[in-house]
Design a protein around this ligand. Sequence first.
Ligand SMILES: NC(=O)c1ccc[n+]([C@@H]2O[C@H](COP(=O)([O-])OP(=O)(O)OC[C@H]3O[C@@H](n4cnc5c(N)ncnc54)[C@H](OP(=O)(O)O)[C@@H]3O)[C@@H](O)[C@H]2O)c1
Length: 272
Amino acid sequence: MKIGIIGYGSTGKMFLEKFLNSKCVSAENLLVANRTIEKIMHLKDKCTVCESNPELATEADIVFLCVRPVDMKEVLLEIKEYLKKDALLVSLNGSILLEQIEQICNNKIAKVIPSVTAEVNQAQTLVCYNERVTEKDKEYLTKLFSSMGMMIELPEQEMGMGAELVSCMPGFIAAIFQEICASAKKHTTLSEKQIVQMVLHTMVGTGMLMIDKEYSFEDVISRVATKGGITEVGTKVIHEQFPKVADEVFEKTMEKRRQTTIKAKESFEGTR
Ligand SMILES: NC(=O)c1ccc[n+]([C@@H]2O[C@H](COP(=O)([O-])OP(=O)(O)OC[C@H]3O[C@@H](n4cnc5c(N)ncnc54)[C@H](OP(=O)(O)O)[C@@H]3O)[C@@H](O)[C@H]2O)c1
């Protein structure tokens, strides 16, 4: 099985490292192509460097399209004549629909939403498939991604909210706790570094506690917030004021998602 990665940016680079480390694929069966070829020349000892996208498409059984949405159509048009009939195309973009890719390449297609947490093997990688993808393909992709964490199959129409919850969420969590740490700093002589470390370890520990003990959020709160105590004062403020922020986050992100889906649809119109 030959695996090709088109685009050696943030995700392409992460996939290449992870696939190599997983030992699911050998160096000669792992192919990479990038628009700026100079960026991948140093990979010659690690994998097979292709000089063009068609060269990669001719060889690969699975092609990962690790390019930005604006470059996707061009790449699909470039490779469509060269793809193996049975090749599985993997798109990483939440805004581009499977049917839009099918308009150009009538292949087996998967849409995979990665998360930066794959870097520490804690990803929940989301996936949906078009009808041509076989159970064997699904099994192989699941095995390939198991080195990064778990894979979750969703219906295509739920990939948007799924992406908010696993792919955008590291950014949301970082932003929330950045504010918490900045606020804590105003009330203490502890260093910023120490505050951040304390909060980070508490976040990880709270997550592990909830998963291991199957605690709900209420369970954790009731374990910590004794009646009339200090934690209760803090959780009351959060419950009173945070819902407005949380609602606005999802209203705005889902609207942005709707707009990017329309834009992607427009950019694919007239392609067949
Ligand atoms: N980053 C994330 O955490 C993340 C999470 C979820 C989903 N995604 C999705 O993953 C996809 C890739 O995102 P990214 O963050 O990896 O993008 P990126 O860092 O900007 O990398 C894109 C890469 O694609 C290459 N490229 C562009 N046009 C090309 C072409 N015609 N042929 C070959 N290579 C080409 C670029 O080459 P140059 O070196 O010439 O610029 C660049 O190396 C996007 O659809 C994004 O929505 C990313």
